[in-house]
Ligand binder design. Sequence first.
Ligand code: NAD
Length: 484
Amino acid sequence: MSAEITTGIWTGTTLGPATDDSTFDVHDPATGEIIAEVADATVDDALAALGAAHDAQDAWAATTARHRSVVLADLARAVTTRSEELARVLSREMGKPLREAAAEVANTAEFFRWYAGEAERLPGRYADSPGGQGRILVTRRPVGPCLAITPWNFPLSMAARKIAPALAAGCTVVVKPAAETPLVMLKLGEILARVFSHHEVPEGVVSIVPTTDAAALSAALMADPRLRKVTFTGSTAVGRTLVRQSADLLLRTSMELGGNAPFVVAADADLDAAVNGAVAAKTRNAGQVCVAANRFIVVADVAEEFTARLAERFDALPVGPGTDPETRVGPLVTPEAVARVSALVDAAVAAGARQVTARTRADVPGEGYFYPPTVLADVPCGADVLNTEIFGPVATVSVVGDLEEAIAVANDTDAGLAAYGYSASAAGVEALASRLKAGMVAVNRVNIADVAAPFGGVDQSGFGREGGTEGIEEYLDTRYVALP
Ligand code: NAD
């Protein structure tokens, strides 16, 4: 496919170029080829989008919950109708296998569908004052215009997880997609524009500003008092910067940050289930998932068998372009990502770790940004690969004496997004469920994300929740009215 010019700043129903006509390239990570040119939004473009969001805010907030619900339900239907096209674009620009891209699109529709329901169930409360001095009415109001900054690893569903509850609450949104993967978000822009136009949604309720200068755009938007909230999904380092920047105007913030998920295998675990879970939790999206299992912590009795079976499965996974239906593990997102993962593995091996899988980089396609699924054993304590979010298809197996020790090692991290554990006994399940430190714990299963559940972390993995009934609270202020 030759490069196509895709102008790319959505404000309301209009798709336009950057004010200075600048563009940037989008690459296919499976080949390195340029697949599109996208308008590179300037600070002025972003401020214009915020102006539009601000101007539309009151009118959108004044719509009925039913109206917003109908718009969201239509968005869910429209995303579903165009799911094949969206999945293809997503797979091409991000690299994930087509079946995973299709799952992400389905999940995107789910967020719109779920919040179509939640829009009609905004919480509120009424009470008599216990001292008899009057009545208490508690309602919720939209926080106001939001900036949504999204990552490249789930460029569509992470955006929907923010846009859907914001719209349901009555907020307007400026979306800043990751520069690696703006195309699928721009496709969603087409869908938003069509559905919004059908329902006469005010211009500017959602805008999209792709840019190569995220720091400058977000700093300018966050210094503008018209903005009231920042919702961010990305790395902990950038999250910290945004929280600092949010202080001046006391912006509401939601921070979905990085993880370092442990995956505990108890001596009594069902090993078939644990190995299946491990393969899925480590290799989905080539390991580029915030809730990807990062550290396998296995009780000694089953460690050898677990490690051998995991390595065997990893060696059999087809690696190739996401758009090939046979592919199970696609490329990483950029050459820098491959270099980072390689350096982590090479340093661990140099320090004494043993590579259990057979494939090396020479065994995967050379043109794109591929890295072979890799299992490392005997990794020395203190190796970076054990303390860093790997974000690649690399599993480390650490052996511990018993479940007590496994939980202690699992919790020895300042991250706290997701944690996994396998045990077949009631006592093991209870210990894992109640004592693993994370915002989300999965026991004897791995598909942790659920539109109806609160997704989010503790400690350095951030704060705020997305999805579930909790997700909409992030976009609502509480208003108390004292009545006689
Ligand atoms: P990143 O923090 O580099 O980028 C995320 C987004 O922030 C991108 O849109 C990027 O353009 C933007 N950005 C970068 N610097 C910025 C700045 N100074 N000011 C404002 N915006 C800026 O992260 P990434 O490498 O793209 O994404 C991977 C990270 O995201 C991983 O750490 C992963 O765990 C995390 N993540 C978390 C969740 C979650 O729900 N907790 C989900 C997906 C990804």
